[in-house]
Design a protein around this ligand. Structure first.
Ligand SMILES: Nc1ncnc2c1ncn2[C@@H]1O[C@H](COP(=O)(O)OP(=O)(O)OP(=O)(O)O)[C@@H](O)[C@H]1O
Ligand SMILES: [Mg+2]
Length: 259
């Protein structure tokens, strides 16, 4: 989506940009419970499901607010990192995939929040955004910023109950999404937690955002569709189809994404 983003001055989040934790928590609606009743026979199991998802959300927020929120200043110096809020300057993103040909050429997004509002020419939301940028242009930093903003309850991302940042350099083409989440983000998941998470991502997919960073760094170089695991099925919209996905890549590998 973004080709050679240009840095523009930072705009700090205002209190009005944030929602409170309690209002976010209250989004566990009656509709959700009704939908869960299809899968569980007792209220206790539904409550247990809800607790697993809450625990996942809490653990993800903690990660994105702590280790995940530091950005290296000099890539080859490990201990020279700064907190993302100290250094982040906004990026200007250009869309390539817009509603019409003229928009495709000219639409410029000033805030990343607009990524989640772009629609097709039929007015349907776009579920997958590809952020394309040359090395060092700020793709990974933008992913960290989005995850951090979600973790501190910035309004634009609060429609998502769960946000998963997956580093693609640790993935192969056959990788399974839940395995990747467990390996990279939630190592404490039990097999029953994994089933709950899988069910949630399927059933409440509109509340799930995947931020897949560095498609060009994927461990597999020669892609073969018959070997694809669920990570690729998400990218190709064959699994968890209602989820939102932002994937970043260097331009060199853009064509391989849907090759
Ligand atoms: N929005 C930003 N505000 C301030 N500094 C930034 C921003 N984006 C990137 N930087 C600086 O540039 C460095 C490189 O950015 P980043 O790692 O995000 O690039 P990248 O596009 O992911 O590159 P690659 O293709 O190599 O993965 C960061 O470590 C940070 O120091
Ligand atoms: Mg990167």
């Amino acid at each position: 989506m973004a080709d050679q983003p240009t840095q523009v001055p930072a705009t700090a989040a205002r209190p009005s940009d944030c929602v409170s934790k309690s209002s976010e928590e209250s989004t566990s609606t009656a509709a959700e419970k009704t939908s869960l009743a299809k899968h569980y026979s007792s209220l206790e199991s539904i409550e247990q499901h809800r607790r697993v998802i809450e625990r996942c959300a809490e653990a993800l927020r903690t990660t994105y607010k702590s280790t995940g929120s530091y950005v290296p200043m000099i890539p080859w110096v490990d201990d020279d990192s700064k907190h993302i809020d100290e250094i982040y300057s906004g990026l200007m993103l250009e869309t390539e995939e817009g509603l019409t040909d003229s928009e495709r050429r000219s639409r410029v997004l000033e805030t990343y929040g607009e990524i989640f509002e772009v629609k097709t020419k039929n007015g349907d939301p776009i579920h997958i955004a590809i952020l394309k940028g040359e090395p060092g242009r700020g793709k990974s930093t933008l992913v960290k910023k989005m995850a951090y903003d979600w973790a501190v309850y910035i309004r634009v991302l609060q429609k998502y109950k769960l946000v998963f940042v997956l580093k693609m350099h640790a993935l192969e083409q056959g990788c399974d999404v839940i395995d990747a989440i467990s390996d990279q983000l939630l190592p404490w998941l039990t097999s029953s937690d994994r089933r709950v998470l899988d069910l949630y991502i399927q059933d409440s997919s509109d509340k799930v955002l995947f931020l897949m960073d560095g498609f060009d760094e994927l461990m597999t170089s020669a892609l073969c569709e018959s070997s694809f695991g669920s990570v690729f099925h998400v990218l190709h919209r064959k699994k968890y189809t209602g989820c939102s996905v932002v994937v970043t890549t260097r331009p060199s590998h853009y064509a391989n994404l849907y090759g």
